[in-house]
Design a protein around this ligand. Structure first.
Ligand SMILES: *Cc1c(COP(=O)(O)O)cnc(C)c1O
Length: 369
């Protein structure tokens, strides 16, 4: 039985290289690759991931918020960084730290022009976002003339790219909708380009877009979840390697009798003589309460142990009645073979949520296989 010390999230850079190369193999050689490293690189370690991708010659990085980009710049990351969802209060910082904003509305465009002019910028790179059906962020197709007129009144900014985001690229039942998004984006982009005397890049596809819609690859693709080892389908999951391994340790074992209860609110009741293991990971570490009451599970000695009762802040209790194990033994919450996507599915969520939820309290250990 493997032993363990404490709860650790192991991040395998070898698996990241594999996923990067696999996703790139789906692209034309001229298509650029933007790696999405928001939310601590999907709950892993954004600095380690960004630096490794930089060593693999990734073309671009993206984060959601300005402070995530600042963290990367402070760590010495020099690759261009697109900030997907900035606010006006961040604009001065963006310019100071060479971070490139997504410009998603007239308000944001005008505020950014005003800050760029105050900072005496010339041709500062921006990325103009269009809404083609997700109805989350972005200009509409009728805004093209307005944007072009605002661009013509300043030399402070220059459009590096035009982009949009797919709403259901992983869903085979929504191919008509997705094809329409691709068509609509291409036609908006043609209209926009006809009003400029230079050619911005176009990009649209996330990971599932890369896999399912080659005709949407355009000049660049934006991949997040695929880099971390999940392809939103059984087939693609087999090709990718989860980079994160969340492991812990059995702190204590209890033998309990029929009718005894486990944890807060006495949410689990033993059906006979049972053996439980207490593990130092809880909802404050990202194992949310939805994994309680036997929806979620861990693996001990290769065997599945359901999480019983309510998840506590700093621990969970699991049923190990049928598992040969002792205190100090290693516990796997997820890894390359016990996939986070399975745990997510059994608890009614998606891989994205379980991996990004692992809190900063859990130590990260960077390895390379
Ligand atoms: C998060 C995000 C992505 C990455 O999506 P994946 O499904 O993780 O590949 C791409 N583009 C935008 C705009 C995003 O917000």
């Amino acid at each position: 039985m493997p032993k363990a010390n404490e709860t650790v999230l192991e991040i395998d850079l070898g698996a990241l290289t594999h996923n990067f190369n696999y996703l790139k193999s789906k692209l034309q050689p001229s298509t650029k690759f933007l790696a999405v490293v928001k939310a601590f690189a999907y709950g892993s370690d954004s600095v380690a991931i960004a630096k490794h991708l930089e060593s693999l010659n990734v073309d671009y990085l993206a984060v959601a918020y300005a402070k995530e980009g600042v963290l990367l710049r402070d760590a010495g990351v020099t690759t261009p960084i697109l900030v997907l969802h900035p606010q006006p209060i961040n604009f001065k910082t963006l310019i100071e730290r060479c971070l490139e904003p997504s410009i998603y509305s007239a308000r944001i465009l005008n505020e950014f022009i005003s800050v760029a002019e105050d900072q005496s910028q010339k041709d500062y790179p921006i990325h103009v976002k269009f809404n083609t059906g997700l109805n989350r962020l972005g200009f509409g197709r009728n805004d093209v003339d307005y944007i072009a007129s605002q661009l013509n009144r300043t030399t402070s900014i220059k459009v590096k790219s035009l982009f949009s985001h797919l709403a259901a690229s992983e869903d085979k039942n929504e191919t008509d909708f997705t094809n329409n998004q691709i068509k609509s984006f291409k036609s908006i982009a043609e209209d926009f380009k006809s009003k400029l005397d230079y050619k911005p890049w176009l990009h649209l596809c996330n990971t599932s877009g890369i896999i399912n819609y080659p005709k949407g690859h355009l000049d660049m693709v934006r991949s997040g979840i695929g880099l971390y080892g999940f392809g939103n389908s059984v087939l693609e999951d087999q090709k990718l390697k989860p980079i994160a391994r969340l492991k812990s340790v059995i702190s204590q074992i209890h033998n309990i009798e029929k009718g005894e209860t486990v944890g807060y609110n006495r949410a689990y009741k033993a059906k006979g003589l049972e053996k439980t293991a207490t593990i130092p990971i809880g909802h404050a570490d990202g194992i949310t309460r939805v994994y309680g009451k036997e929806k979620g599970f861990v693996f001990i000695n290769g065997q599945k142990a359901p999480i019983i009762g309510n998840v506590c802040m700093d621990m969970i209790m699991v049923n190990v009645s049928d598992i040969d194990c002792s205190e100090g033994d290693e516990v796997i919450i997820f890894d390359g073979s016990h996939k986070a996507s399975n745990l997510a599915e059994s608890s009614g969520t998606i891989s994205y949520e379980i991996i990004t939820a692992i809190s900063q309290r859990v130590s990260r250990n960077i390895i390379s296989t």
